[in-house]
Design a protein around this ligand. Structure first.
Ligand SMILES: NC(=O)c1ccc[n+]([C@@H]2O[C@H](COP(=O)([O-])OP(=O)(O)OC[C@H]3O[C@@H](n4cnc5c(N)ncnc54)[C@H](O)[C@@H]3O)[C@@H](O)[C@H]2O)c1
Length: 315
């Protein structure tokens, strides 16, 4: 059967680039984008789009049957900073959407699922540096609790019902094509915009807050790689650690200064500091390297050049 893919939450920071990458790979008509809102011009004009609420099982099922979809990438979610403001809405969206997709796979209406987890599954009691795959996990945010619970359910659906679900714990993702959606690592995207527009940035995290991060191109490559790996290679059915780079606001500012010498940074930590303090500063992704040959490519220098050049090309 030809591969037919549905992306739910396709208009977000990751969904937009993922949809475009999958369309390039499989053909525009093979990849159906969906979201509760419309996306950017390139996404809307390059292939099929459906308006879809991820919390509505019947609506997803109708689209899956109508387009003969066999693979679903579930990218709709409420992110960390926003979910702290609307805890019950965040929980409802993040859990209901996951159960809808897992149940479609359990009922054999689709054959493969991608669902992203996050470094937010870890908490203050987790070892902070080079955080291992299997370790203490006591998340303290609504978002982290929803991701950890989601991981347990993914593994359960795989073990009990044979569902082929694959997952990555994304670090903070940095991209220039689409704006971030309300996460704690958004500062590392905003800083590039402000560096070009105003030559100055006020960081909402303190200067020494190190967090795991990754350039979007690497994250898209990881997502497509784990989905293309043979099922037997995917030994972890909760979610894989994915390391990338790790840096502080002070370190990213120093690298930006190499490109824009007038750039200035100051610091005014807000409620997101507490969320960041509960997360690891770097991640060990040995299992992803061993099981499906993962290796990140972008470091802080190459990412900074790509971000600044990318943003300039859009303006
Ligand atoms: N961006 C990151 O740094 C990061 C890091 C770790 C994990 N993740 C995870 O990756 C996934 C995608 O994240 P993102 O950064 O692209 O998020 P985003 O907020 O940019 O995009 C989410 C998209 O989902 C859509 N959406 C919201 N409610 C919906 C609903 N009821 N039905 C259908 N669509 C709905 C939104 O309109 C939006 O376009 C999420 O699961 C997120 O938790 C992201």
């Amino acid at each position: 059967m030809a591969q037919k893919i549905l992306i739910i939450g396709a208009c977000g920071q990751i969904g937009t680039e993922l949809t475009l990458a999958l369309r390039k790979k499989h053909g525009n008509q093979q990849v159906i984008a969906s979201d509760i809102r419309e996306g950017n011009e390139e996404l809307m004009n390059s292939g099929p789009f459906e308006t879809l609420d991820a919390t509505n099982y019947k609506a997803i099922e109708d689209i899956v049957l109508h387009h003969e979809v066999n693979e679903v990438y579930l990218m709709a979610a409420m992110l960390s900073a926003t979910a702290e403001k609307f805890p019950m809405r965040g929980w409802h969206l993040n859990m209901d959407s996951l159960f809808n997709v897992l149940n479609l796979a359990k009922d054999k209406k689709i054959t493969k699922v991608f669902w992203p987890s996050s470094i937010a599954v870890f908490g203050p009691s987790t070892p902070k540096t080079n955080t291992p795959q299997t370790t203490v996990m006591e998340p303290t945010t609504v978002y982290g609790i929803s991701k950890q619970t989601g991981e347990r359910w993914c593994e359960y659906y795989h073990n009990k019902y044979g569902v082929d679900v694959r997952s990555i714990r994304y670090p903070g993702l940095i991209s220039y094509k689409t704006a971030p959606g309300g996460g704690t690592t958004d500062y590392a995207v905003e800083i590039y915009h402000k560096a070009l527009e105003e030559k100055a940035y006020t960081s909402f995290l303190s200067k020494n807050t190190a967090l795991p991060m990754m350039f979007m191109d690497d994250a898209i490559r990881a997502t497509i790689s784990i989905m293309e790996a043979p099922a037997k290679a995917i030994k972890i059915r909760s979610s894989y650690n994915l390391g990338g780079i790790s840096f502080t606001p002070e370190e990213i500012a120093a690298v930006i200064k190499n490109e824009i010498p007038e750039f200035k940074i100051d610091y005014a930590p807000d409620f997101r500091q507490e969320i960041a303090d509960s997360w690891p500063s770097s991640i060990d992704d040995t299992e992803a390297q061993n099981d499906w040959n993962w290796k990140h490519e972008f470091d802080l220098n190459t990412m900074t050049k790509a971000m600044l050049n990318g943003l300039k090309s859009l303006s």
